[in-house]
Write a protein that binds this ligand. Structure first.
Ligand code: GCU
Length: 618
């Protein structure tokens, strides 16, 4: 009996396709029915709808399970759960900002949506989620479709044939945002643990065999050469349920390009010569319609073609050195105290960054919604995209590494056609140890395996004890990243801003050097002398000293993304006068007002733009 058990376990584990491998990308180009809007909910902190009183997971058919119907068979039947409009919540959107009792809630909330549809015989149907924080258990008409962990990346589950009904489909999602030490992120973060179905949800209809994903990018140039007027583009098409030998057509109408490939199975390699190409850049963010089609399916995307690489002391965009005038951004709309998820939210955040003079944003500390990376493509803003391997992750666990790899894959699959994204970051401020360096190196290797056209980085640790007034970034992980990035808070965490005057920075790695965070707190509208913490004047002084120090950076200094665009919510920030649950390091306050420091950074970026975009002028 035991032997059979192990064989079954082995088979199911091998058969169990990892969620990220079944991800359907470019969802906006698919035939979808939105499931956004009002959902009914049940708050379930004791997970009564999932476990019995002996804390055993309820059998799928158990009428007490919250994924099964809440309608009594007859008036004698016991029902201790139910979904009614009185308890409704908006999707997409975190629950914290929707009900005062949910502000700090960490636990399970059951979401339920009933919908009708006209299933077409022979087509396949999926439920797609832009993101759910943190764990989602998804059920349809009493059947479990799947479970996903990871609060900031998309996933989808196929609906078994025959399960969809024309009327009253009963879709239930158990969302649990509790924090755990062996999850990604772990227990301790400096941001609000917004829970819920935080991004779009839709029903996707596809033929039996369909284009699940495709990527088409310019390969990195060799040793810094510009891509040239007729560069080669490479990539692949992934077909779900491929038909042997079928023809795959790739078209770029504006380039009068149409090329056919014969399917070689699930994944077919692509290579095309793009003549008369206008490269994507921050000045000219040119996008092309790319159409990929087979006999039964067609997908199109808007793709910008550019190259990016770290070479010696420089970062080269299309073979030309680029200086990144960045800002770090959380995925939050502070004036409404909620997660960002929409086109309008993306426009607000990127407009604020561009008002500052930025040509780059660091989307911290997790993959942001697809609207902002697509908008960055259109506006010509460079992007650093990151998975939440943050602080004290359980680096010794192979399971945790697999969870991080799953989120890394979902981030890369979703956005590998986004020209704006130039950096995949595998983490932030992870404490140095051999176990951690092995874990992070494994993530860097995986990122490069999934996408060798972009730089890979992470916010590294600083060696402050390296020598007289010289702070070194000699983190062992620096050996494996393309861009050596680090966070420093000279004059905020320890000392006062005048410390910048005698501080120098360096790295033993012959690679570009980037400051991924620096910043000080200020409560918007609080004014005092510049020595008074949390005054706008202190923050202004901080930036003045930092900017003066930046002018003495070594020649491999390629940019900075100060911390942070706007004040954001954090349960760790408890000064009852100046913070009240807000991290106040924004150069905008939580109402969208510019603080005095904004203008110091803006002036520095104007100088850098003149210096780097018009190098002749001195
Ligand atoms: C750290 C961390 C941020 C945090 C910031 C701060 O560097 O990366 O997530 O918010 O410092 O202390 O404000």
């Amino acid at each position: 009996m035991k032997r059979i058990y192990w064989i079954v376990l082995l088979l199911t584990s091998q058969l169990a396709v990892k969620a990220q491998d079944s991800l359907i990308t470019d969802i906006g180009a698919r035939k979808t029915t939105s499931l956004n809007g009002k959902w009914q909910y049940i708050v379930d902190p004791y997970e009564t709808g999932f476990y019995d009183y002996r804390y055993k997971e309820l059998n799928e058919k158990n009428p007490d399970a919250f994924w099964n119907t809440d309608v009594q068979k007859d008036r004698t039947e016991k029902k201790e759960h139910g979904y009614i409009d009185k308890y409704s919540i908006e999707v997409p959107g975190d629950w914290n900002h929707q009900k005062p009792e949910f502000t700090y809630y960490e636990g399970t909330i059951w979401y339920k949506k009933s919908f009708d549809c006209q299933p077409v015989q022979g087509n396949r149907y999926f439920i797609y989620f832009g993101a759910v924080n943190y764990r989602a258990d998804v059920y349809l008409n009493g059947k479990k479709l799947g479970m996903h962990k990871g609060g900031f990346t998309p996933f989808n589950f196929e609906i078994p044939a025959g399960l969809l009904k024309e009327k009253g489909n009963f879709l239930v999602v158990k969302v649990d945002n509790k924090r755990y030490s062996d999850e990604v992120p772990t227990l301790n973060t400096d941001w609000w643990n917004y829970g819920g179905i935080t991004r779009n949800v839709c029903l996707v209809e596809l033929p039996q065999s369909f284009i699940q994903d495709f990527v088409l990018q310019l390969k990195r140039p060799l040793a810094g050469k510009a891509p040239g007027a007729s560069p080669d583009a490479y990539g692949w098409v992934k077909i779900n349920n491929p038909q042997a030998g079928e023809t795959i057509t790739v078209e770029i109408p504006e380039l009068k390009l149409k090329k056919q490939f014969t399917s070689t199975g699930q994944t077919t390699a692509l290579n095309l010569k793009l003549s008369k190409l206008q490269l994507w850049s921050t000045e000219t963010p040119k996008l092309y319609k790319v159409i990929v089609s087979t006999k039964n399916n067609r997908v199109e995307d808007q793709i910008g073609f550019r190259t990016i690489e770290a070479l010696g002391k420089q970062v080269l965009l299309n073979g030309k050195p680029v200086f990144m005038r960045g800002i770090s951004i959380h995925g939050e709309i502070p004036q409404e105290v909620r997660r960002a998820y929409s086109q309008a939210d993306a426009m607000q955040l990127l407009t604020q960054a561009r008002n500052l003079g930025c040509n780059m944003v660091r989307l911290a500390h997790y993959p942001h919604d697809e609207a902002i990376t697509r908008l960055a493509d259109s506006l010509g803003v460079l992007v650093w995209s990151e998975i939440p391997v943050y602080w004290t992750i359980n680096f010794g666990s192979s399971e945790v590494l697999n969870k991080a790899k799953a989120q890394l894959a979902e981030m890369i699959y979703r956005d590998h056609n986004r020209a704006s994204i130039i950096i995949w970051s595998v983490g932030n401020e992870t404490p140095i140890s051999q176990t951690r360096t092995n874990f992070m190196h494994s993530l860097i290797t995986e990122a490069k395996r999934l996408d060798n056209t972009r730089m890979v980085s992470a916010a590294l640790e600083v060696n402050y004890a390296s020598g007289k007034n010289l702070n070194l970034i000699d983190d062992p992980l620096g050996e494996f990243v393309d861009l050596v990035a680090f966070n420093e808070y000279l004059g905020w965490y320890g000392g006062t801003p005048d410390m910048c005057r005698k501080t120098n920075w360096g790295t033993p790695y012959n690679k570009p050097l980037f400051i991924s965070e620096t910043g000080a707190g200020a409560k918007g509208g609080f004014h005092a002398d510049s020595l008074t913490r949390f005054s706008e004047e202190y923050q202004e002084w901080y930036y003045k000293e930092q900017v003066a120090m930046l002018k003495r950076m070594p020649d491999n200094f390629v940019g900075i993304s100060p911390w942070v665009l706007a004040d954001f919510r954090s349960p760790k920030r408890n000064n009852p006068i100046y913070q009240e649950g807000w991290n106040r390091k924004g150069v905008y306050d939580d109402k969208g007002n510019k603080k005095k420091a904004f203008y110091i950074l803006q002036a520095y970026y104007e100088q850098m733009k003149q210096l780097h975009d018009h190098p002749k002028r001195k």
